[in-house]
Design a binder for this molecule. Structure first.
Ligand SMILES: Cc1ncc(COP(=O)(O)O)c(C=O)c1O
Length: 457
């Protein structure tokens, strides 16, 4: 049987109402939120594409697994089940649960970085960058040049520029304790990394004697792209491809809120005994005992089950196709989007859409706010507000001005996605009328979460 329509590979057992608002209500809500959609009340949002992190729907099997949670402080049965699933998938010796991805990052970086160190990555995500900079180290982005051009189509736009990595390791290697590769590359458009490229990074790390870590939040989506696009992988299961990816690394940080199909949780997994000991010491200080690490026993059960479900072929086929479907609709309507579609999100190219708004008047914020006002759709700016502030306090335009519409896992149906396409196309028609913004207040670190803005006239 071969049909064209790829359907949602689940049926809906429980529903949650969403609230319709009118334009005036949305204008009032956004003004009260300082024109920052992070500060909106979620009940005022109709379709929430702010993030795919922790916003997915759990399966009946995961909800059932919650009841199996063992809440013992030490040696919980749920931990051992979680550890076995993570070990089977990643092959790493030490499995350290954390309450989410950034806690794994903080623990890893605080126990391994010195002031003045350099950490290469394809593209650091905001929390990764912030946690590295908090240690006084430099987070250096070394994605391939194709990865910086939104309209350019390339099968593995998340790949690391191996020549640039080699230069960094050769010239500044004594300041590089580890190399990270983010799969898929969120800040660079949810773009995948090929196994061939990972092998190249591994070879350089071996040559210069460096540890290689994956930022593995979306490992299953990356594995699916490898299956679709990399020669020699089409007959392989997503799980075996993921195992090969992990097998090339020495460890990983993971936010289980993405491909763990869970609402909370994460882990740090690694082979190095000394680094693991240092990490566990810090874990006890800030997260909890090593067999729960800031999570409830039932969270560990949900993650264990989620990590098994996420590598299912029919799920991944539907997941990647539903995002591509939205990309095709927008592209056909002439909307400037990052190509090809990412694994978890569509990225609108706000710089190309609003050439009349200069980068430091935040074209991404202008588009995000217009989407909310037009149809109650919430996205997020990934541009100069998120990445423009430098460690010395100055401001530089980001490499790209993107608006990410991240699709929560197993939450919205095709008609929701059709509605989103209509809203984006309506905003696109009005793009010449959109104006920039000015920041009126912002914290020093991770300012995009809580900054307040005013509209430029
Ligand atoms: C690539 C990447 N790394 C790290 C994180 C941080 O994970 P968490 O939000 O669970 O702290 C995220 C979250 O969005 C991410 O996308």
């Amino acid at each position: 049987m071969s049909f064209h329509t790829i359907i949602e590979p689940f049926r809906i057992k429980s529903v949650e109402a969403i609230r319709f608002t009118d334009h005036a209500e949305r204008e009032g809500a956004l003004e009260a939120a300082g024109w920052n959609v992070f500060l909106l009340h979620a009940d005022d949002v109709l379709i929430d594409l702010l993030t795919d992190s922790g916003t997915g729907a759990m399966s009946a099997a995961q909800w059932g697994a919650l009841m199996q949670g063992d809440e013992s402080y030490a040696g919980s049965r749920s931990f051992y089940r979680f550890e076995a699933v993570v070990r089977d998938l990643t092959g790493f010796t030490h499995v350290i649960p954390t309450h989410q991805g950034r806690a794994a990052e903080r623990i890893l970086f605080h126990s391994t970085l010195q002031r003045g160190d350099v950490v290469p990555n394809n593209n650091h995500f905001d929390t990764t960058r912030a946690n590295i900079e908090a240690e006084g180290a430099e987070a250096r982005d070394l994605v391939i040049p194709e990865g910086r051009v939104p309209a350019l189509v390339h099968p593995f736009k998340g790949n690391v520029d191996l020549a640039a990595l080699e230069r960094t390791l050769r010239d500044e290697g004594d300041r590089v304790p580890l190399v990270i590769v983010t799969v898929t590359n969120n800040s660079g458009g949810g773009q995948p990394v090929s196994i061939e490229n990972l092998r190249g990074v591994r070879a350089l790390c071996d040559r210069f004697n460096k540890r290689l870590f994956l930022d593995a939040c979306r490992f299953a989506e990356n594995a699916w792209f490898v299956k679709l696009r990399e020669p020699g992988y089409s007959e392989r299961t997503p799980k075996s491809i993921a195992q090969e990816m992990f097998g090339l690394a020495d460890g990983c940080t993971m936010s289980a809120k993405k491909d763990g199909l869970s609402n909370i949780g994460g882990f740090l997994a690694l082979n190095d005994d000394r680094w693991a000991e240092a990490a566990r010491t810090l874990l006890i200080l800030t997260e909890g005992f090593p067999t729960y690490g800031g999570l409830a026993g039932y969270d560990l059960e949900a993650i264990a089950r989620g990590l098994e479900e996420v590598v299912d072929e029919s799920y991944l086929r539907y997941r990647i196709r539903s995002i591509e479907y939205l990309a095709e609709k927008l592209h056909a309507a002439g909307v400037e989007i990052l190509l090809p579609a990412g694994g978890h999100a569509i990225y609108l190219d706000a710089r190309a859409m609003l050439p009349h708004v200069r980068p430091l008047a935040y074209p991404g914020i202008a588009v995000v706010n217009a989407l909310y006002l037009e149809g109650g759709v919430r996205g997020v700016e990934i541009g100069s507000v998120m990445f423009g502030r430098q460690p010395d306090g100055s401001e530089q335009p980001a490499a790209m001005e993107l608006v990410r519409l991240a699709i929560p896992r197993r939450v919205y149906t095709q008609s929701h996605i059709d509605y989103v396409a209509e809203v984006v196309i309506a905003v696109h028609r009005k793009r010449d009328e959109l104006r920039g913004y000015r920041i009126t207040s912002a914290p020093a670190v991770l300012r995009h979460f809580t900054a307040r803005f005013e509209r430029q006239s």
